[in-house]
Design a protein around this ligand. Structure first.
Ligand code: NOJ
Length: 569
């Protein structure tokens, strides 16, 4: 591989939610200096790319996903010089840096929107999507379009009597991508950051950029609630508002923008809420669109062998080489994976082994490496605007959580990173109230405690991340899923094969020990349990409950990595 060009294909990404990572100035809010202070943890963990949720200037009504100036830093997070230092310090440690770019909408406090809404004749009027309403006095929304989060996405503005369109919340007006100046400005904004050394972007709801040019109604769909692979809901399809052909075409322009940079090359990963075929379409027919798209089925997939096999087979079918799937199990919008796994650290280790050995780019959410739990926070005091958008009574939210493992209060997955057992879990000093509370009982789920325990989840992540760095087969090897007949019903097995070596992964996705139909041999590289010895193994006959193994089946003698891969905390 060309290291300068294709690094993003082999990288491992860690999502930092800046507000919650590390407070350095005692205001209870995480900041850029705090991230810099903690970079060594990320190096030690072994991730290679950092994605930062937005820290541009913003009224923070949606905690940074409502931007009021794309080229400056929100003062609570730092200043341009600190941002440059963050990029420099990360690069100096061999880490790549990915910024979050919200192309679809701005804040309603952005000066562009302020001028745009000031009069129908304002030169910036068409930077946003304005439309006359229907009915007498234009009092009804222009058409039936729902926002992505449900309910009409049209909002009447009293000053000019027209309606503006929002795909998300009412204070996040959509930019009009049919206007050449908007496209030019946003591409230029990306270049502004690329010139400062940013290695790529995570593109927020990028499948929502263009709507139907004729504003035709969305068709009926027989579907009440949205799912991770179909955004239709409330009996409405989203074909005129999401995944529009013009959006797909624009992905190529975005790609050209990042491809204008090399040494090293840059990349794009898109947030695309769509069926897998549509998600794939955003990567372009000739792999000339987005480099990667998030695939969200993994967020909710049960840790059961048949479901895991089916998911991998599906990803392979839709994302064959040169495309690559992504492996996302948690993020700042959804229930933390560990809480779907009932907080069980053995299952979390198996999940990590799966994520870090499958073919594709893994995305790890901050705190996932220590099994940080989703907190339970009251809806009434939620800071997340989504929690107030759906005025559910607390018992209904609790039911949603226990029955469907979903939370409408995103604060719960954004609580402070748990560094140690000191006040506020080491996120901010004693006596300061953090923006969201850290749990009182940390239950050993801190970096400090897990760092020195070889059997911890953290050390499991470290072992597998280190092996990914050392073994070409894990980073770019061919993928072969083993049939159930070769592994048994509850064990997921696959090979990763590169010219240099062949690796075998076996994951016991069950709470009982499993005997293997055949007994593979090879060198044991890692296990999810630290107690398992590494080195040449006896034929492997069984797996303990929730145990995962990585075995070196074949290695070309000269290319054998001469490194002991155990976690040495
Ligand atoms: C998706 C982001 O992940 C979410 O946090 C945000 O609220 C919406 N897009 C709107 O930008």
């Amino acid at each position: 591989m060309d290291v300068q060009t294709d690094w993003w294909k082999e990288t491992t990404v860690y999502q930092v939610y800046p507000r919650s990572f590390q407070d350095s100035n005692g205001d209870g809010i995480g900041d850029l200096d705090g991230i810099i202070r903690r970079l060594d943890h990320l190096v030690d963990l072994g991730v290679e790319t950092l994605w930062f949720s937005p820290f541009y200037r913003s009224p923070q009504k949606d905690f940074g996903y409502d931007i009021s100036d794309y080229r400056s830093i929100a003062p609570e997070y730092g200043d341009p010089a600190t941002c440059d230092r963050l990029i420099r310090e990360a690069h100096a440690r061999g880490l790549k840096v990915v910024f979050d770019m919200v192309l679809n909408h701005t804040s309603d406090e952005h000066p562009w929107f302020r001028t745009s809404r000031s009069s129908r004749d304002d030169p910036m009027r068409d930077w946003y999507v304005w439309r006359d309403g229907r009915g007498r006095g234009g009092k009804r929304p222009p058409n039936n379009w729902h926002a992505m989060i449900g309910g009409s996405g049209w909002h009447r503005d009293e000053t000019t009597g027209q309606w503006y369109w929002t795909q998300f919340l009412p204070f996040q007006p959509d930019l009009n991508y049919r206007h050449p100046a908007v496209r030019a400005e946003m591409l230029d904004t990306m270049r502004f950051w690329l010139d400062r050394g940013v290695d790529g972007f995570r593109l927020d709801i990028v499948n929502a950029l263009f709507e139907d040019a004729e504003f035709r109604d969305n068709p009926f769909a027989f579907k009440l609630l949205p799912s991770d692979d179909d955004p239709s809901m409330l009996f409405q399809a989203s074909s005129n508002t999401l995944n529009h052909p013009d959006t797909l075409a624009f992905m190529k322009e975005l790609r050209c923008c990042v491809d204008g940079y090399d040494h090293p090359s840059r990349f794009l990963v898109g947030e695309v809420n769509a069926a897998i075929e549509q998600a794939r379409a955003h990567c372009g027919d000739a792999a000339d669109g987005l480099n990667l798209v998030f695939l969200f089925r993994s967020l909710t997939v049960p840790l059961l062998a048949p479901r895991m096999r089916a998911l991998m087979a599906e990803y392979e079918k839709h994302f064959p080489d040169p495309l690559l799937p992504t492996w996302v199990f948690s993020n700042h919008d959804r229930l933390r994976r560990i809480s779907r796994l009932d907080g069980d650290l053995r299952r979390a280790k198996l999940n990590a082994a799966w994520q870090l050995t499958a073919r594709g780019v893994p995305f790890i959410y901050y705190g996932e490496e220590i099994g940080m739990l989703q907190q339970r926070l009251p809806l009434r005091t939620a800071l997340d605007p989504i929690a107030h958008r759906f005025p559910l009574p607390q018992f209904a939210a609790d039911l949603l959580r226990s029955r469907f493992k979903e939370s409408i209060n995103r604060d719960e997955s954004r609580t402070p990173m748990q560094w140690d057992t000191s006040a506020n879990a080491g996120f901010c000093p004693a006596g300061i109230t953090p923006w969201l509370p850290a749990p009182e009982n940390l239950g050993g789920r801190t970096v400090e405690e897990q760092r020195s325990d070889p059997d911890s989840l953290l050390c499991c992540y470290r072992r597998f991340l280190r092996l990914r760095k050392e073994h070409a087969a894990l980073r770019r090897g061919r993928f072969e899923l083993l049939p159930e007949s070769e592994t048994g019903k509850h064990v997921v097995g696959y090979r990763r094969e590169a010219p240099e070596e062949t690796l075998l992964v076996l994951l016991n996705a069950s709470q009982s020990p499993q005997r293997l139909p055949s007994a593979p041999t090879g060198e044991m590289l890692a296990s999810t349990s630290a107690a398992q010895r590494t080195g040449d193994s006896e034929p492997l006959r069984s797996l303990a409950p929730w145990e995962g193994f990585l075995l070196l089946e074949r290695a070309a003698p000269t290319d054998r990595p001469g490194h002991d891969s155990r976690c040495d905390p």
